[in-house]
Design a protein around this ligand. Structure first.
Ligand code: PMP
Length: 402
């Protein structure tokens, strides 16, 4: 079987086999409960098995799950999306984040008549995203080593494809400007995540958009992680930047398979002349999941609760790093913080990550390191405080063992 790599998170006490999930908790086949901070890599936003969303999806899918004509729910969802996401004037539905980012890039290529892509962040597994001109980036290589994945796993991409993707230097407008001056006539788009560990400098995202547009390229914001999570309208609402196209998935449908490309009408109209066909795209499972999730997240204003708990855990971890003198840093934003160990030696860093994860799992917490983690609307203050106690214990062990 090939599905999830069992040893992504190290050795014992892995692998875990989950049997069910409820609210912020994951229950394994042996009956252990974990407070979950990976949340299906951020697909869970309101909490597992969230009653209002589950009911809506059940009611709608009792009537049909998929068919080959139009469905009124598709229109309702389009209205909800265009009312919620600042840059959304038109929408196109897909199933996965990889599929939607690839479609956004195709739209940009068709709209501009150009081939090259400038990118920053993770956009999925398709050929154009995996390896960039000049080879795999240092960050990518380290990440793969950290999760016990061979570096060769990303290299089987024809050179002509990898040569058409260029890595952007984050928070450096000067380097983008000089790249665009040199190669701008061939560049179709700049596609990026809004942030990961480091946050954007004041005006940075607006600057990227301005530079891209002034050279005739589109600015695509990949909001697969940030969409709905950092605010109902995504990072574009938070940072007040209006991308030409953006991509949403994960939190927007609380775990039901769904993704969407949204954008300005004049750009999205390009879709009329593009072949995007997916048998399962627009299935009612994802469409109803997204519709119910967006409505519920807005009704309860989920980001307010998530920001408050996220701030509590970031502050708590910071003070525990200090108390135990652990070489580590916390980055990202409260809805999706990122804990990184900062040992100079890579093997020590990897060992620290594995020990930390194992100790947390033994204490009933599932939280990745060297990757952002997520807070859901279902987490409570008590969950966060229990987790900080578990981290306290894990850091003590870490200090004794290293
Ligand atoms: N873009 C971003 C920013 C992501 O975080 C991910 C998934 N982690 C993707 C795209 C790809 O999404 P999927 O795994 O659904 O293909």
């Amino acid at each position: 079987m090939f599905n999830k790599r069992p040893l992504t998170y190290g050795s014992a006490p892995y692998p875990i086999f989950a049997e069910r999930a409820e609210g912020p908790y994951l229950y394994d086949v042996d009956g252990n409960r974990y407070v979950d901070y990976l949340l299906a890599y951020g697909a869970i936003h309101l909490g597992y098995n969230y009653p209002a969303v589950k009911k809506f999806v059940r009611d709608e899918t009792d009537k049909r799950t998929i068919h080959s004509v139009n469905d009124p729910l598709e229109i309702e969802l389009a209205e909800e999306l265009t009312n919620t996401i600042p840059s959304a004037e038109m929408v196109k539905y897909f199933l996965s984040g990889s599929e939607a980012t690839t479609a956004a890039v195709r739209i940009a290529r068709a709209h501009t008549g150009r081939n090259m892509i400038v990118k920053w962040g993770y956009h999925g597994w398709h050929d154009w995203t995996r390896i960039v001109r000049g080879g795999p980036t240092r960050g990518m290589v380290d990440y793969l080593r950290m999760i016990n994945c061979p570096v060769e796993s990303i290299t089987h991409v024809p050179e002509e494809v990898s040569n058409s993707t260029i890595e952007l230097e984050y928070n450096n407008l000067g380097s983008l400007e000089s790249l665009m001056r040199k190669e701008g006539e061939d560049i179709a788009c700049v596609i990026m995540e809004p942030f990961y560990f480091n946050l954007p400098n004041e005006g940075y995202l607006q600057g990227v958009k301005e530079i891209a547009n002034s050279h005739g390229a589109l600015f695509i914001l990949d909001e697969v992680k940030t969409g709905m999570r950092v605010s109902n309208g995504g990072a574009q609402q938070l940072f007040k930047v209006v991308p030409d196209l953006s991509v949403f998935s994960k939190a927007i449908s609380n775990g039901y398979p769904f993704s969407v490309v949204v954008g300005k009408r004049n750009v999205m109209k390009t879709c009329e002349n593009l072949w995007f066909a997916g048998t399962n795209c627009g299935n009612i499972v994802g469409i109803s999941g997204a519709l119910a999730t967006i409505r519920e997240a807005k009704k309860v204003d989920a980001p307010v609760h998530i920001w408050s708990l996220g701030t509590r855990i970031m502050d708590g971890i910071n003070s525990l790093l200090d108390t135990h003198k652990i070489p580590g840093k916390i980055g990202g934003m409260p809805p999706m913080p990122y804990l990184a160990f900062t040992h100079d030696d890579f093997e020590k860093r990897k060992k620290a990550a594995e020990t930390y994860l194992g100790e947390l799992v033994r204490r009933g917490v599932f939280m990745p390191v060297e990757h952002c983690f997520y807070i859901s609307y279902a987490h409570s203050k008590a969950d966060i405080d229990d987790t900080l106690n578990a981290i306290d214990g894990a850091f003590k062990k870490l200090k004794d063992n290293l």
